[in-house]
Design a protein around this ligand. Structure first.
Ligand SMILES: CC(C)(COP(=O)(O)OP(=O)(O)OC[C@H]1O[C@@H](n2cnc3c(N)ncnc32)[C@H](O)[C@@H]1OP(=O)(O)O)[C@@H](O)C(=O)NCCC(=O)NCCS
Length: 173
């Protein structure tokens, strides 16, 4: 099926927001999504964007059953490894169910790799839920290594009150 992968624009944020929710439903945590399309517009399309995003788009004649032409996305940003240097972090990769198995996911992933390489990144990193075997297999088939298996890393987060508490205990100047 014909599709193109292009950089997202501010005008795509409603579609990206829709697919963020679809991905969260797939990941069985839809109530965790608090982000609005306005926040995506603000954070991704400002002077120093917090993220970049690619979308997969099909021609009008191949639109989804619900009428969507933007049918997949890859949202990523840059991080830094003190061991290896520049890293591109893939936060989300998603293709709508009716378009899966047509190379869209691979197209998005490869494009993120290409963009990262242009920025001299030496790593493309991401997290995937333990039960998400199809996606784990998809990444493994493309040559990714599972760092939890091979190196034992855990994924750690501070948020809410715990983050507030930490910030409030910061040494004052
Ligand atoms: C993961 C996902 C993005 C893959 O997108 P897709 O468009 O279905 O995948 P593609 O058609 O591009 O597949 C590309 C390649 O991966 C292979 N592949 C796809 N799914 C696979 C699987 N479960 N196991 C092994 N290989 C797989 C395909 O055979 C194809 O191989 P090829 O390059 O040799 O032809 C898509 O299935 C998806 O959105 N899943 C739900 C959301 C999700 O889990 N996202 C990842 C969160 S971390």
């Amino acid at each position: 099926m014909h599709f193109k992968v292009r950089a997202a624009t501010k005008e795509d944020c409603k579609e990206i927001s829709r697919m963020i929710m679809e991905l969260a439903v797939y990941e069985k945590m839809p109530d965790q999504v608090k982000i609005s399309h306005e926040e995506l517009e603000r954070d991704g399309f400002c002077q120093n964007p917090f993220f970049e995003c690619l979308v997969a788009e099909v021609p009008e004649e191949n639109k989804s059953t619900e009428g969507f032409t933007v049918v997949g996305y890859a949202l990523y940003f840059y991080t830094y490894s003190t061991w290896k240097g520049r890293t591109v972090y893939l936060e989300d990769l998603y293709v709508m169910p009716e378009f899966r198995g047509n190379g869209f996911g691979k197209g998005l992933l490869c494009k993120v790799a290409e963009v990262g390489k242009k920025q001299q990144c030496v790593r493309l990193q991401l997290s995937v839920l333990d039960w998400n075997t199809p996606s784990r297999d998809f990444y493994a088939a493309k040559g990714a290594q599972d760092l939890t298996d091979s190196e034992g890393w855990h994924f750690i987060r501070f948020d809410g009150q715990h983050l507030d508490d930490l910030a409030n205990e910061a040494p004052k100047d």
